[in-house]
Design a protein around this ligand. Structure first.
Ligand code: PLP
Length: 421
């Protein structure tokens, strides 16, 4: 499918008068529409809830929009818990899915009354030590080992992953927690990332539903929810097939009715912790062409760099690029589109066919709404960009200012050095 931007050149120019590039911009209308489609797809399950993976887009304005659409927060660290708390997301609106958990983080999650998702069986005693009393409901993260396949395709290798615990360890953890006073349990697994097939969630769900039945039979415990975690992907490439959330929801429902309902477990709530699916397509990185050079290849140099969007440099990830105002021009030039880091992997696109580009052109890099700004860093003294919200009424709003040199130098406070602005 052809990828189009939610920005036009005119709209972008108006925003840029106010907020200079580079910046990430989020489309409120798109975020809300998609969140509603997810809710609708799982409306057959009365307890369904999405806990947005905060790490994908840790901005309180975004969390608030999602909260208004009925989503909670999936947090993995102390600071992410503070973010959730700041927007009034507390208690069972929070899923705390962390690993290698520091004591301070565990205590904060407990104090907020979050659902705590234990990454390991040894964390039962850890939680019991931190908490006055173990929570009434506790979630356990599962690692099935081996490989995880859909049909003939190996999706990932759980046996090589650091997360979760074995089935025996889960049964042991449940027995111990019940002895300490826990009454209800959740089970969780994240077995493949950025999947673009409608079969991932249903297959994962079938595995977890069967596990729920076995654990209930082995321990007598009440399983209250199954957390399908993240992993539903988006079509970064225009020619890629796209997930259909309605089909995914129906696929999970079929497994639910096959496995859980006949076993008297039809009260189980389905939870999700989607990040990418909720936000990636509804964010763009907007950047201006600063320079061009012609050596062995043609280069277009932007005011954004890998510090604003790490995925291409880190994973070789494809992000589609639109040159605003040239949406319909023929793609008769081949460019490497780069940032200014002193790292040759700082390329948003390599040998990409694009329309003829001039200095001052405004480029939109697509699908940066999740794992974009949040993976930013300060290498080469680059400062993190602003974040902007394009509201439903078409107006724009700065929801995080760009960093200033003073922010970069803030952690040298208490030293004798003086920095300019
Ligand atoms: C990263 C992560 C998610 C979100 O993953 P997406 O691929 O963005 O959907 C959810 N849960 C956990 C535990 C994660 O680590």
């Amino acid at each position: 499918m052809k990828k189009t931007s939610f920005l036009t050149l005119e709209k972008a120019k108006r925003i840029i008068q106010d907020i200079p590039t580079p910046f990430h911009i989020y489309d409120e209308a798109g975020i809300r529409k998609n969140a509603r489609a997810l809710k609708e797809a799982f409306s057959w399950n009365p307890g369904f809830k999405e806990f947005f993976a905060v790490k994908a887009t840790p901005n309180p304005y975004i969390l608030q929009i999602l909260q208004e659409e009925g989503c909670g927060c999936d947090c993995s660290s102390y600071t992410e818990l503070l973010l959730a708390e700041a927007v009034g997301v507390t208690g069972h609106e929070i899923m705390f899915s962390s690993n290698v958990t520091p004591e301070q983080d565990m205590r904060k999650a407990y104090e907020l009354g979050a659902y705590i998702n234990l990454d390991d069986a040894t964390h039962v005693e850890f939680l019991a030590r931190v908490a006055d009393k173990v929570p009434e409901t506790v979630c356990l993260r599962y690692n099935p080992g081996g490989s995880f396949s859909l049909g003939n395709t190996i999706m990932d290798m759980p046996r090589d992953a650091k997360y979760g615990m074995t089935e025996d360890q889960m049964a042991g953890a449940i027995n111990r927690l019940m002895a300490l006073g826990t009454k209800h349990f959740g089970i969780h697994a994240f077995l493949a990332s950025n999947t673009t097939t409608n079969e991932y969630y249903p297959e994962l769900a079938a595995n977890l539903f069967r596990l729920a039945v076995r654990l209930r039979n082995a321990t007598g415990a009440h399983i209250a929810f199954v957390n399908l975690s993240g992993g539903v992907g988006v079509d970064y490439r225009p020619e890629q097939p796209c997930c259909d959330i309605r089909t995914i929801g129906e696929g999970v429902r079929a497994r639910y009715e096959q496995i859980l309902t006949p076993n008297g477990m039809g009260d189980i709530a389905i939870f999700t912790e989607l990040g990418r699916f909720m936000l990636a397509p509804y964010g763009h990185l907007v950047s201006t062409v600063l320079h061009q050079k012609h050596i062995y290849r043609e280069y277009v140099g932007l005011d954004a760099c890998a510090a604003d969007l790490m995925r291409p440099a880190m994973y070789g990830a494809y992000h589609h690029i639109t040159v605003l105002g040239k949406e319909d021009a023929i793609l008769d030039h081949v460019y490497d589109v780069t940032g200014g880091l002193c790292e040759n992997n700082d390329k948003f696109a390599i040998e990409r066919s694009l329309p003829h580009i001039e200095i001052g052109d405004i480029l939109v890099i697509h699908d940066t709404g999740a794992h974009g700004h949040s993976m930013g860093y300060n290498y080469n003294g680059k400062l993190r960009s602003a974040e902007v919200l394009l509201r439903e009424d078409g107006s724009h709003m700065l929801i995080r200012r760009a960093e200033k040199p003073a922010d970069y130098f803030a952690t040298f406070d208490g030293t004798p050095f003086k920095f300019g602005n």
